[in-house]
Design a protein around this ligand. Sequence first.
Ligand code: COA
Length: 338
Amino acid sequence: MGTATPTRSRILAVGRAVPDRVVTNEDLGVLMDTSDEWIQQRTGIRQRRHVGADCGATDLGRIASEEALRSAGLGIEAIDLVIFATLSPDIDWPASAALLASKLGARRVPAFDVKNQCSGFLYSLACADAAIRSGRARHVLVCGGEIHSSGLDLTTRGREVGVIFGDGAGAVVLGPSEDPGRGIFSVHLHADGSNAEKLWLEAAASRRRPRLLPEDLGGDDPKAFPRMRGKYVFKHAVTRMPEVIREALDHNGFTLGDLDVLVPHQANLRINQMVAASMELDESKVVNNIDRYGNTTAASIPLALHEALADGRVAPGKLVCLAAFGAGFTWAAALLRW
Ligand code: COA
């Protein structure tokens, strides 16, 4: 636990993990009626990664977390809180965060899941930031991890969703910022559940008896696979993301011109290009890696951040905005000085 209340928290290090198995658009074309051209034109995705059997979200999360801890120069004993963002937990319950913490060697620290889909990483970051600012925790591990491949309908029936998602994990270690000019300035969170059915996984569900029926896996529109109204989601994403990015900048007295790097959630390259164009933000300031990983939901922002750190786009002193939109609908942005 912290001894003094720090002014703000800072991301100390980032880690990542993706499965070795590359699944190209051509590979999917063997399983369903789709094409490399269709997928690339609509989404910018060329390939994604899929795990083999017996790999849960926390197995990838563990590798990403270990890298983040190593880079931060900290052992697991320094971590006061573990937050795992996922829509694909290893099992329904208990929380995968507890499983992750245990795999990392932490047996007593608080650990909880944040199930907030594509905004899950930023919701988790807000919790970590609050815990550090308040002095409740000194170091927090936030990991976003997803195994989509075991839950997708990889036939022509599920192609609109099936081609988009990939497996992966990204993790960050946060701690108090020693330098008052660096760290997380603010995190802005929003949700509108009236659009839940526009992008959702309806079964298994506690409101139904039994929660899962045999027909949920079959028929024209199976409830046990994610379903999406693609165009509707797209329209909301390109409206809400610029709104929340501006909200984060305004709140801290910055303008778009001050922003060095935008690390957006990787849902669709076209969404990120449209967001940049509508804000007149130079595309060179926007980090995109969806071409190689698809949409990894709660893992996409730390995966992209890891890449931008490695190639120097994110570096000390840079003003960085992280932004997301996804199922719920939920949307969020964090503004920070690296
Ligand atoms: N391969 C080939 N054809 C496909 C396909 C695929 N993988 N998936 C859908 N299609 C077909 C549809 O069946 C439909 O056919 P129809 O016109 O005969 O009915 C047609 O392609 C739809 O094409 P279009 O209207 O041009 O699609 P789109 O431009 O809306 O693109 C998405 C579809 C899903 C790529 C797009 O809507 C999207 O990205 N939405 C946002 C999704 C998102 O971001 N989700 C996650 C949020 S976190």
